[in-house]
Write a protein that binds this ligand. Structure first.
Ligand SMILES: CC(C)(COP(=O)(O)OP(=O)(O)OC[C@H]1O[C@@H](n2cnc3c(N)ncnc32)[C@H](O)[C@@H]1OP(=O)(O)O)[C@@H](O)C(=O)NCCC(=O)NCCS
Length: 180
């Protein structure tokens, strides 16, 4: 189901036809080095997409993974949104784009669409995003969408791959800012 679209991209539910592409970029260790969600096989991907079909935006305690597709419906990445369990008027967001489509503005465009759509249709007050301090593309993307850096947590999470504590930044986007 299409959630929202712009001239270049469609945000839509993940479907069975996406399994191979989703698996390819979601098992790319280099691409996902600052993230903790990956899939390890086509079977796991299939199960994940099946589960996602039953989840909708705003469902409590659940991350909704939304496909980002070109206008010909080809999947190029995904964004994820969760209304935080501790405060459902604050939503957390993330985004991943397959390597071959980087630096074309697709992530920025997808997050702009999704944040506007969510502010308009749900009682959301604020978005937040947590970013590994080494993840410069993600920080640039969030600033371009309109997020502001709000916090710097020192040695805040354990990077299992690097076996070290890493600094984490928190970015925020207020609904008020979008309406202004
Ligand atoms: C972060 C990410 C989604 C950005 O996707 P994208 O479609 O390439 O982003 P955009 O094209 O919208 O570009 C946003 C900004 O990031 C910059 N950027 C993109 N890739 C970059 C890179 N490898 N190095 C430095 N800057 C980069 C772009 O230049 C742009 O800034 P500019 O317009 O000032 O030049 C993508 O790099 C990615 O999938 N990373 C892996 C997953 C991840 O870590 N996600 C973040 C967790 S939420």
């Amino acid at each position: 189901m299409t959630i929202i679209e712009s001239e270049r991209i469609i945000l839509r539910d993940l479907v069975d036809q996406d399994i191979e592409i989703f698996y390819n970029y979601r098992s790319d260790d280099d691409l996902l080095k600052y993230q903790d969600f990956s899939v390890r096989s086509l079977e796991e991907t299939q199960t994940f997409i099946q589960e996602q079909k039953t989840i909708s935006i705003g469902q409590s305690n659940q991350w909704k993974q939304i496909g980002i597709a070109l206008k010909d419906n080809q999947l190029i990445g995904d964004c994820a949104i969760q209304f935080t369990p501790e405060e459902i008027r604050i939503a957390e967001i993330g985004c991943t784009i397959s390597r071959e489509f980087h630096s074309k503005g697709y992530a920025t465009e997808a997050l702009r669409l999704l944040t506007k759509h969510t502010f308009k249709n749900y009682p959301i007050h604020k978005f937040k995003a947590l970013v590994d301090i080494r993840n410069l593309p993600s920080q640039k993307m969030l600033l371009k969408v309109g997020f502001e850096k709000e916090a710097h947590f020192k040695k805040h999470y354990w990077d299992e791959k690097d076996k070290d504590w890493v600094d984490e930044l928190q970015y925020g986007l207020l609904g008020q800012k979008i309406k202004d």
